[in-house]
Design a protein. Sequence first.
Length: 249
Amino acid sequence: MESRALVLCSVVVGVFLAAAAFGQPMTIDEVVKLVDKDVSDALIVSLIEKSNSYFYLTADDIITLKDAGASDYLANYMIGRTPGSAPPTLPSGEAGAAGPGDVNVHTTGRASEGKPEPPPVTKFVDLTVNVAGTYAVSSPADLNILYAAFVDGEKKYYVDQWTGISSFLTPETGHTVTKRVFEPKSFTVKVPTGQHTLSLVLWTGPGFIDDNNAKAYVVYTKTFTAAEGQPVALNLTGQTDASGKFIIR
């Protein structure tokens, strides 16, 4: 009897495999027949996948499947299977399930079907800017010196800090003039890999920095490429020229 049952089961599975080969979707009744013949979940799932079958189970359908002996896994799989849905992961110990170091044959070739590719992970590297030099300005007014760095137009670094202040009386006019000296400090910021434009901005005035206006006072511009795992370092020098402008090279 057992041998006869195995032969009958093989015949039933063979019929469904032939139907799947011709692209005929399976019906719920056909799934019930397979369950009734003790066909494994793994093989039934394989037939459903190969025949590109989808189901819309009612409460009566689920009762019929359970009466035939269907597992909760199979019923849940049939309910959740929709065009473009992820392939199933069979329960541990199920025939055809992926064990440690194995590949689930039912998921191979379908993992990305109907699913968008995940966005690439953005890689970042360090950009270090070292400026050796000073900027000096003398004025009777109370001025600020503001220094900023922009990468692709986005402000990445900003500092408003005097290095030294001294006041002196000018013999020619008899007025007291304040001399302010500013030494840009080294800084490091994170930038994504790819090509970028660095702009160093120096602004002198009675107010505070304004991003739109500050770009008119760019004192250094450079295009550079940031490669993964390769930090970028720029060693520059800057001084006040004869006209009072700060020049960075």
